[in-house]
Design a protein around this ligand. Structure first.
Ligand code: LLP
Length: 407
């Protein structure tokens, strides 16, 4: 839908996260339709954007949730996702998180080490509840993405090698408390190359076949997330080709495909709105200082990530555009949102729109420099509504106040 960003900034202040729920719906449907003819569940990777209303919106469309902490699992439940649509991944689950997953009777716990499997078995035995498990296989495939978000190589901490996975499946099959029904791989995030996915799917599908030969019946084939999106000029993978490659890899096997996209569903359905505070020059260098910062959107600082920044305020007649760095007020040189952006002379209050901020934007926000986290707005059906209030100072000190020693 067309969103009046100016009106939202005036009404709710800046910095402000804005999401187009209709765009999320379109993204979800496109992926789901690509898997038509296959049994599939799109389990939204909650880490990309964990706002309860975002999760609930996807839940209503039929999505499940891929969670990586007890907190995310509780969010998914609170947002109305049924337990049988929830999977729990992550390399370091704590006992209480495993217990929560078992009590809630979620679809699958994704295991990432033998030690973790034994821990899950112990907790399951203690609770008298069998654990449905899936094992994350590390297929040792180079996803050709940013090293910080690449996960499918042996040098990464994620998953287990094929031989260890086999040993784990045999152990689990013989355990009274483990039911090995799934297999999982996720080779990285922001993938724009189909080949590594095809290769990984082939390797893991072969493993499913050899497991069947030894009596381990896998029912869920979890292909992870990682579908890339356009931030600048990337050529993203077409979801139809993606679905086809996976379907071909598992030909002849009776499997439900699980897919865990985060970024694909929400990145380009979200924006961060910010206003100019000042302009300054240091020597030749021009800086535009805005009210959003690395605590609001960490991706540029952390990954050197590009986000398109668009000037919304009419600036005609102000003079020529020249390169400027758009930076926030946080006391770090790494606090920048755009570098060498061609901008006309700006004035305090000018409104800038930061694109592709729906994924890993708000969820990676912090209170650094005692800055309250931004408010979040959802737009659909021609209107916009708040889905999270702006954090104020009192919100931030609440857990400290009771410990403040009186003089
Ligand atoms: N499944 C697993 C097991 C994952 O580790 C991840 C992401 C996903 C699914 C979802 O990936 P997606 O579809 O969103 O690419 N903070 C980084 C991204 C970290 C991704 C971590 N794992 C960023 O801002 O680019």
């Amino acid at each position: 839908m067309t969103i009046d960003f100016q009106a939202l900034a005036d009404k709710y202040g800046t910095p402000l996260y804005v999401y187009d729920f209709e765009r999320i719906t379109e993204n979800y449907r496109q992926l789901k339709d690509a898997f038509a003819g296959q049994k599939s569940l799109i389990a939204y990777a909650v880490k990309a954007n964990s706002n309860l209303s975002v999760i609930a919106h996807l839940g209503k469309l039929g999505a499940g949730a891929d969670c990586v902490s007890g907190g995310e699992l509780l969010r998914a439940r609170r947002a109305g996702i049924e337990p049988y649509r929830i999977i729990f991944s992550g390399v370091g689950k704590r006992d209480e998180e495993i217990e929560l997953a078992l009590r809630e009777e979620i679809l699958l716990l994704n295991l990432e080490s033998e030690a973790e499997m034994k821990r899950v078995e112990d907790v399951a035995r203690r609770l008298g509840k069998e654990a449905r498990i899936s094992i994350r296989v590390n297929p040792n495939v180079d996803p050709k993405t940013h090293p910080y978000i690449s996960t499918g190589l042996h040098e990464n901490k994620f998953g287990v090698e094929i031989d260890i996975a086999k040993r784990m499946y045999i152990y689990a099959k013989n355990s009274d408390w483990l039911d090995p029904v799934g297999i999982h791989f996720h080779i990285g995030s922001q993938l724009t190359d189909m080949e590594p996915i095809r290769e990984a799917a082939g390797i893991v599908a072969d493993l499913v076949r050899s497991l069947a030969a030894i009596g381990v019946e896998i029912r869920f084939f979890d292909v992870g997330g990682g579908l890339g999106v356009v931030y600048r000029d990337e050529e993203p993978i077409e979801v139809e080709a993606y679905a086809r490659a996976i379907t071909e890899a598992i030909r002849g096997l009776d499997l439900t495909i699980l897919c865990e996209p985060g970024r694909y569903l929400v990145a380009n359905a979200g924006w961060l709105l910010t206003r100019v505070l000042y302009e300054k020059r240091n020597g030749e260098k021009r800086f535009v200082i805005v009210d959003a910062a690395m605590n609001d959107l960490l991706r540029p600082s952390l990954y050197d990530a590009y986000h398109r920044v668009e000037m919304l305020t009419e600036s005609e007649g102000r003079g020529e555009a020249t390169p400027a760095d758009v930076v926030g007020p946080v006391c770090e040189s790494g606090d920048w949102l755009a570098k060498d952006l061609e901008l006309p002379p700006t004035e305090p209050g000018d409104l800038l729109l930061i694109h592709s901020a729906g994924a890993y934007g708000f969820t990676m926000a912090s209170n650094y420099n005692t800055r309250g986290r931004a408010a979040e707005i959802a737009c659909e059906g021609g209107s916009c509504r708040p889905i999270r209030d702006r954090e104020n100072f009192e919100d931030q000190i609440r857990l400290e106040l009771g410990h403040l020693e009186e003089e």
